[in-house]
Ligand binder design. Sequence first.
Ligand SMILES: Nc1ncnc2c1ncn2[C@@H]1O[C@H](COP(=O)(O)OP(=O)(O)OP(=O)(O)O)[C@@H](O)[C@H]1O
Ligand SMILES: [Mg+2]
Length: 235
Amino acid sequence: MSLLEVTEVRARYGSIEALKGVSLKVGEGEVVTLIGSNGAGKSTTLRSISGLTPATAGKVVFDGEDITRVPAHDIVGRGIALSPEGRHTFPRMTVRDNLELGAYLRRGPEVSEDFDRVYSLFPRLKERERQKAGTMSGGEQQMLAIGRALMARPKLLMLDEPSMGIAPILVARIYETIVEINKSGVAILLVEQNANYALETARRGYVMETGRIVLTGESGQLRDDPEVQRAYLGA
Ligand SMILES: Nc1ncnc2c1ncn2[C@@H]1O[C@H](COP(=O)(O)OP(=O)(O)OP(=O)(O)O)[C@@H](O)[C@H]1O
Ligand SMILES: [Mg+2]
C-alpha cells in the first residue's frame, strides 16, 4: 500500500483550473520527483496535498486515511510537511525561532532532539542559530526551510524546488542532505524544474504539463526519454 495516493485531483484559482485530474503515488520511504515547466501545476499539486489549495474534486489518501477535506494545520500533524517554493522563512525572526515554529504544537525534550537532528544535518544552521533569517544567504534560507519542515517530524517531506536560485556547490550539499533525510525513513516528494539532480535522487518520477501528468516511469527511463531530455535536462 502507498503512503500517499493522489487520485484525479482537480484544483482551481478562481476561473483558472490549475489541476485537471492529477494522480500520483508515493510509497513508504520512497523518493519520487514531479517535474515540469513553469505553470504546469507542480506547486499547486503540493498545495492541494497540504490542504492549502484544497482539491475541488478527486481524493488524497495518506497513511490509509482520506485527507482530501482535512484543514492544512491538521495535515502537518498527520505527518506531511511542505518546504515551500521561494523558501518563505520569517526574515525578522532568528534561525532558531524559525525552526521552533516548524515543531508545530510539540514542546519539550522531543523538540530538542529535533533541533539536534536538524543541526547535525545542517551544521550551518547551528552556527547561525541567533542570526535573523532574512540576513542569511539564499542557500542558507533554503536549508532553513527544509530544516523547519523536518521539525514537524514528517513521514512525508515535500520539497518545492529546493535548488532554485542556489549555487551549484550548495545544491549538491542540499541534495546530499535530502538523501540522508530519506535514509532516516522519511518519504520524499520532490518538485523540480531542473530535473538533473531530481532524477538522480528519485527512484521514480512524474512529468507534468498544464495541469496533467503526461508521463511517468522509473528515473532511468525518464532520463533516457528524448522529450524529457529536450524539455527538462537541457540536452
Ligand atoms: N494564487 C494564484 N492565483 C491564480 N492563479 C494561480 C495562483 N497560483 C498559481 N496559479 C496558476 O496556476 C497554474 C499552476 O501554477 P503552479 O504554481 O502550480 O505551477 P508550477 O508548476 O509550480 O510552476 P513553477 O515551475 O513556475 O513554479 C499557473 O497557470 C498559475 O498561473
Ligand atoms: Mg512552482
